[in-house]
Write a protein that binds this ligand. Structure first.
Ligand SMILES: [Fe+2]
Ligand SMILES: [Fe+2]
Length: 265
C-alpha cells in the first residue's frame, strides 16, 4: 500500500498551474491515500484548495490544518467550516475530528493539527514574533502571558485527542501513523540540519504532545508509532524511544512537492 505524504504546501502562494502539476505528480505515484500535514493555504481559501486537491486526486485524502490555515480567520471558525465540508465530502477526512482510520491490515492512521505550546526553549525571553500572533483572530492583540495560556489550551486539546484515539488505533494496529503539523519534540524541530534553539523551540514544538505520545507508547513496546509532522520546513528524523520515530518534512515556499512516499507492507 503506497501513501503519499505532503506537508506545508502553501498553495495560496503559487499559480494554479503549479497546484495542478503537484496533483498530477501525486496521481502518477498511484497512491492508495494521500496525507496532507497542514499549512495548505489560509483561512479565506483553505476550503477551496481542499476541494481542488480532492478533485485532482482519485483516492482518499486525510489531512490536518497548520497555523497558516487560520491566517486572516479564526481557529474555531475555520475548524467548523472544514469539519462541515468533510461531512458532505467522503473523499476528505479532517483527522482533528476523526476516529482512527484503518489503512490496511496492521496499520492505522490518527491525527490532529497540534499546536506549539511554548514549553520547550525560552518562551519568556524569545524575541521571535510569529505572524500567528497578528493574523489569527484568537491570538491577535493578546499579551504574552494570556497568549501562552491560549497556545497551551490549543496544544492541550490536540494532546487530549491523541490520548483518546491513539490507544483505540493500537487495539488493532501493529503500527500507527500520526499526522500532525507541529513537531511533538524539540529534537524534531529541524532547521537546516540543526535543532531549534531556545528562541525558536517555543514556537516550533508541542511538548505536551510529545509527553502524551511517550506515555502511550512506552507501555506498548511491541507496537510502533510513526509521527509525520512539518511546520519547520526542514527535514529530519528523531526516535525518542525505540518504538517511536518522528519524521519532519521539508518544504519550500513556492515549490510544493511530495514530501515522502510511504510503503506499508
Ligand atoms: Fe509551513
Ligand atoms: Fe506551520
Amino acid at each position: 500500500m503506497r501513501i503519499v505524504w505532503l506537508t506545508d504546501i502553501h498553495l495560496n502562494g503559487v499559480a494554479d498551474a503549479v497546484t495542478d502539476d503537484l496533483l498530477a505528480t501525486v496521481t502518477a505515484r498511484r497512491p492508495a491515500a494521500v496525507l496532507v500535514g497542514g499549512d495548505i493555504a489560509e483561512a479565506p481559501d483553505v476550503r477551496e484548495y481542499l476541494l481542488r486537491i480532492a478533485a485532482g486526486l482519485d483516492c482518499p485524502v486525510y489531512f490536518v490544518l497548520g497555523n497558516h490555515d487560520y491566517y486572516f480567520g479564526s481557529v474555531q471558525q475555520v475548524r467548523q467550516e472544514i469539519y462541515r465540508l468533510c461531512q458532505g465530502h467522503p473523499q476528505l477526512t479532517y483527522l482533528t475530528y476523526a476516529e482512527p482510520v484503518r489503512l490496511s491490515a496492521g496499520y492505522a492512521l490518527v491525527g490532529h493539527d497540534g499546536w506549539a505550546d511554548g514549553r520547550c526553549g525560552d518562551y519568556d525571553n524569545s524575541r521571535v514574533v510569529m505572524s500567528d500572533h497578528r493574523f489569527i483572530r484568537e491570538l491577535a492583540g493578546t499579551e504574552p502571558e494570556a497568549r501562552l495560556s491560549l497556545l497551551q489550551e490549543l496544544a492541550g486539546e490536540a494532546a487530549d485527542h491523541v490520548r483518546r484515539v491513539l490507544p483505540q488505533a493500537l487495539e488493532y494496529a501493529q503500527e500507527v501513523l500520526l499526522l500532525t503539523h507541529v513537531p511533538p519534540f524539540r529534537e524534531a524541530c529541524w532547521h537546516e540540519g540543526n535543532i531549534a534553539d531556545d528562541q525558536w523551540a517555543p514556537h516550533f514544538s508541542s511538548q505536551v504532545m510529545g509527553e502524551t505520545i511517550l506515555e502511550i507508547m512506552r507501555s506498548r513496546p511491541t507496537q510502533r508509532l510513526t509521527v509525520l509532522c512539518g511546520h519547520t520546513h526542514s527535514s529530519g528524523e528523531f526516535a525518542p524511544i525505540p518504538n517511536v520515530r518522528v519524521l519532519t518534512g521539508a518544504a519550500e515556499y513556492g515549490r510544493p512537492d511530495i514530501c515522502r512516499v510511504l510503503t506499508l507492507s
